[in-house]
Design a protein around this ligand. Structure first.
Ligand SMILES: Nc1nc2c(c(=O)[nH]1)N[C@H]1C(S)=C(S)[C@@H](COP(=O)(O)OP(=O)(O)OC[C@H]3O[C@@H](n4cnc5c(=O)[nH]c(N)nc54)[C@H](O)[C@@H]3O)O[C@H]1N2
Ligand SMILES: Nc1nc2c(c(=O)[nH]1)N[C@H]1C(S)=C(S)[C@@H](COP(=O)(O)OP(=O)(O)OC[C@H]3O[C@@H](n4cnc5c(=O)[nH]c(N)nc54)[C@H](O)[C@@H]3O)O[C@H]1N2
Ligand code: SF4
Ligand SMILES: [Mo]
Length: 855
């Protein structure tokens, strides 16, 4: 007898099968909820926003009897056309995860470390907040508020300002640390130092004639999965899809051309493609300009007179050719990249043929590597040669929806905050060997005088090193939505640093790895279904602003961490004589009624209204969707901007020359300012930060050889890390659906965490599919199951990021009580290293050498 899925659901509800699967802390909450098959009972679609990945999709939940039972894209969304990706559906299991933290908890075992039971006991919200406020006040009383560290992981782009941007500053600490440098910051260096745009790009996928996915797999991950799934198939009718990835990704499996590049050699391939495009006359005459005499003088090996070329929207193409490209022939690149010369030429020509309708979609695979800034510039600059910047079928700067800022905090900074807030940050940014100049130049005008300095970026993963080096530097740490003891490379350093931290409060949904070191754990709302906030993003040539709202009642005693928890904490600080944070929060004003918040609920709503009011209050004339009031916005859940206008920024790029800079005057100026501040030279800075280039080469996109931890002899394999299609960053692995459907990752297996090894290597090592193997790097060893697979070339091995949780919950970990991981965490294998010009953590580019032994 065949049982249909629908019948199975009914059967399981009737026999209590489903309830049995949810044994645990939320059993009672779940048992109270009436159940039935979807569609049998009336329900409502309620809009909210998914934050499973950085697409931040506007979605809708179907809610029956107070329970969310189904997910789809917001039908009004122009970014995802009403669809969500496979991992959007995991939100249901995440919301009702039986292992969620339901009440505040305090540690009763002072010993901290992996596998040491924290002996958490439930406490009241009051007790938890009293303790945190007491610890914070001790710092202010001792005159050392800078010893407060606030770390945020994933966040809401608007309400984060009320904590990350506000709380530490008003308190008096410079130590507000965001996760962004373990995310994808190095990727912004390419568009940043060529085009003056330090941000993520959008792509005209509906029109592109050639899509080059380079170091990312946009069908599975990256920043616009539903839009890519929607548009990808049609590109084949118009032209070519090219994938540059050392691993057979979902996009590579479908592409016309797959270039399984040797990890970390992207700068070489990009240089050779640029060489072909220039020497074969395939650059954009409209964007780049032309030789004055009309004849192409770009010939392999030959220097060109700068005066012979008249540039239009760009700056320094001839300098770039002379300094870098003239000798970077496809034959040269073939040797280092292992991509055949013929294929390099063929691909370059396909790109040239599509011209300004060729979009180079660059991802972290290129950039999140130890010398990633230059690879990022080299790959991104191809868009400049092709002239596909803001053109039909090309690459756009992101559209943004018009959020409003919260009022200035200046009035609320007391003398101590002003003094201590200016101190050195714990992440080491700005040192000679850690420039972290992602963001270019900061220009400030005061009393008619303009001062300039290099903008500093956060160096998230270096915080653990800072804490280990100076154990007294941080005494109190508050952190929201983070799991750096799992998500940062060299994760063991975080375990050590957190073990030594005197006081740590963690505001999260689940007691994952980092929470095991906490003194207090506070139950946070699961953002997409339980929190009120405003989210902005873009895709498909539209920006959008969408609401995130409690479509169901928060589980247990969960509260939103960025708004409600901060208000409650501010009240406690006020009761202890430090009122500035509370007074600031209480000063914000409802844009509609002009009322100030009288209580926490009003504060949360007013915050959301401030961020979003421009799109619904009718005072600003909106060019996109027309929305009549706050209630209408909550009902629709989304505002879409007008369509992105092509060539919008031509002639006014935010670079020093206002042009697209192949010779980056912007980088030259920024590095100059940085070197001056550190009383050294640009060449010294580059050397100290581990780059190869010196002199003029520093200012152009160029090839740097890949940096590798471990010698080829001792560690003969090169490790490739990538994201699962089902990873909701580090957060979906406690859902059963994650493991059940794991096989949707090309080459992966359900309920397993396999390392993929080329069959030729397997044969040499005597390893078969299913064998347990020990992988050893310079950092540590992990043990996992082997799978022989032809999707990686001999000499490289690939393993998905996401598994290896030893905490988090009873599905994510193999044995939560004994701290035994399910699978293995790549971040324990990979050492911590950085693209030091951006401060970003390396996880790609094959920087980890590995040896393989049978376990
Ligand atoms: N499914 C899914 N999607 C996500 C997320 C998620 O967790 N899951 N997270 C979101 C977030 S926070 C971010 S920051 C984005 C970014 O996420 P992605 O764009 O997915 O970036 P990575 O995970 O760094 O993936 C790196 C890619 O580069 C390849 N690669 C590794 N080394 C090299 C190399 O040397 N050269 C080249 N050319 N390629 C290389 C890998 O095989 C992989 O395909 O994704 C977002 N989207
Ligand atoms: N090897 C390797 N490492 C990586 C990556 C990779 O591709 N490979 N990707 C990197 C990238 S791009 C990123 S962005 C980072 C992400 O890494 P982090 O910023 O550390 O965040 P996560 O690990 O996704 O989640 C942190 C914790 O937040 C809690 N949580 C889950 N949902 C919610 C919620 O709704 N609200 C609150 N308050 N808490 C919640 C859970 O306890 C979870 O453990 O990881 C990076 N690490
Ligand atoms: S996981 Fe990402 S792509 Fe998928 S629905 Fe959520 S935000 Fe959109
Ligand atoms: Mo990220």
């Amino acid at each position: 007898m065949k049982i249909k899925r629908r019948d199975f659901l009914k059967l399981s509800a009737a026999t209590g099968l489903a309830a049995a699967a949810f044994k645990g802390s939320t059993l009672n909450a779940l048992a109270e909820t009436p159940r039935g098959a979807i569609g049998e009972k009336p329900g409502t679609w309620m809009p909210s926003t998914c934050q499973g990945c950085t697409a931040w999709c506007p979605v809708e939940f179907f809610v029956q009897d107070g329970r969310a039972v189904k997910v789809r894209g917001n039908q009004l969304s122009k970014a995802n056309s009403g669809y969500c990706c496979p991992r959007g559906h995991l939100m249901l299991q995440q919301t009702y995860d039986p292992d969620r933290v339901l009440t505040p908890m305090k540690r009763t075992n002072p010993a901290k470390g992996r596998g040491i039971d924290p002996k958490f006991v439930p406490i009241t919200w009051d007790e938890a907040l009293d303790t945190i406020a007491d610890k914070m006040m001790e710092l202010r009383k001792a005159g050392e508020p800078e010893k407060l560290l606030y770390m945020r992981g994933r966040y809401s782009p608007t309400s984060t300002e009320l904590c990350y941007g506000t709380m530490p500053k008003i308190f008096g600490s410079p130590n507000a640390i965001s996760h962004s440098a373990i995310c994808a910051e190095a990727e912004k260096m390419g568009p940043g130092y060529t085009q003056g745009f330090f941000g993520y790009r959008d792509y005209d996928m509906a029109k592109t004639k050639c899509l080059v996915v380079w170091g990312c797999d946009p069908l599975s991950s990256n920043r616009q999965v539903p839009n890519t799934i929607n548009k990808f198939g049609d590109i084949f009718d118009r032209g070519t899809v090219i994938a540059v990835d050392p691993r057979l990704s979902a996009s590579a499996a479908k592409a016309n051309e797959w270039l399984p590049i040797k990890p970390g050699e992207d700068g070489a391939l990009a240089a050779a493609i640029a060489h072909v495009l220039l020497s074969e006359g395939m650059w954009s005459k409209e964007f780049v300009g032309d030789f004055k005499a009309g004849k192409n003088l770009f010939r392999a090996g030959a220097t060109v007179d700068e005066a012979a070329f008249a540039e239009k929207e760009t700056h320094g193409v001839v300098k770039w050719w002379n300094l870098e490209l003239k000798d970077k022939t496809p034959a040269w690149a073939a040797k280092v990249t292992l991509i055949p010369e013929k294929q390099i030429v063929r691909v370059a020509r396909a790109m040239g043929k599509a011209g300004s309708a060729c979009a180079v979609y660059m991802g972290p695979g290129v950039a999140m590597t130890p010398r990633g800034t230059y690879a990022s510039m080299a790959v991104y600059a191809l868009n400049g040669i092709l002239g596909s910047i803001e053109t039909e079928g090309g690459v756009m700067q992101s559209s943004s929806a018009p959020t409003d800022k919260f009022p200035s905090i200046d009035k609320y900074l007391d003398d101590l905050a002003k003094k201590s807030g200016k101190g050195k940050k714990i992440d080491g940014r700005g040192a000679k060997d850690m420039p972290a100049i992602m963001g270019g130049i900061d220009k400030k005008e005061k009393d008619g005088k303009v001062t300039e300095s290099a903008k500093a970026n956060v160096v998230t993963n270096n915080v653990a090193n800072g804490m280990l080096k100076d154990p007294g530097a941080i005494k109190v740490c508050i952190s929201t939505w983070t799991n750096f003891a799992f998500s940062g490379t060299g994760a063991q350093r975080w375990e050590k640093a957190l073990s030594a931290l005197p006081f740590f409060a963690h505001l999260v949904t689940n007691a994952s790895e980092m929470s095991q070191f906490a003194d207090i754990v506070l139950p946070a709302t699961f953002a997409p279904t339980e929190k009120l906030s405003i989210i902005t993003n873009m895709a498909n040539l539209h920006g959008h602003m969408s609401i995130q709202q409690p479509v169901v009642k928060p589980l247990g005693q969960a509260k939103p961490e960025e708004t409600e928890m901060m208000w409650l904490l501010a009240e406690k600080l006020k009761a202890r004589g430090f009122a500035n944070l509370f007074d600031y929060y209480a000063s914000i004003e409802d844009p509609e009624t002009k009322k100030k918040p009288a209580n926490v609920a009003e504060f949360v709503e007013i915050a959301a209204k401030i961020s979003s009011h421009k799109v619904w209050d009718g005072k600003d004339k909106m060019k996109g969707d027309q929305i009549s009031g706050w209630e209408d916005f909550k009902k629709k859940g989304i505002y879409n901007t007008e369509t992105y206008a092509y060539k919008k920024n031509w002639g006014k790029f935010k670079t020093e020359t206002k042009k697209f800079e192949f010779y980056s005057e912007t980088l030259k100026k920024t590095l100059g300012l940085f070197a001056d501040k550190n009383k050294t030279t640009v060449d010294e800075v580059l050397k100290a930060s581990g780059y190869e280039a010196q002199g003029e080469l520093v200012f152009v996109p160029h090839y740097e050889s890949p940096k590798r931890h471990g010698s080829q002899e001792e560690y003969p394999f090169t490790f490739i890390d990538y994201k699962s299609r089902l990873n909701r960053e580090g957060r979906s692995q406690n859902t059963a659906w994650y493991h059940e459907f794991k096989k949707v990752d090309v080459g992966d297996e359900s309920w397993e965490d396999v390392v993929k090894i080329n069959p030729a290597d397997g044969k040499k090592l005597g390893i078969k599919t299913g064998d347990m193997v020990k992988l050893t790097s310079t950092n540590a060893s992990i043990t996992v199951k082997a799978k022989l697979w032809e999707g990686v070339r001999p000499g490289t091995i690939a393993k998905c990021y996401g598994q290896g949780h030893w905490a988090y919950g009873r599905v994510a970990a193999k044995d939560y009580a004994k701290a035994i991981p399910r699978g293995a965490n790549n971040n324990e294998l990979m050492p911590d290293d950085y693209d030091r010009l951006s401060g970003a953590t390396a996880r790609n580019g094959g920087f980890t050498g590995v040896k393989i032994q049978k376990a």
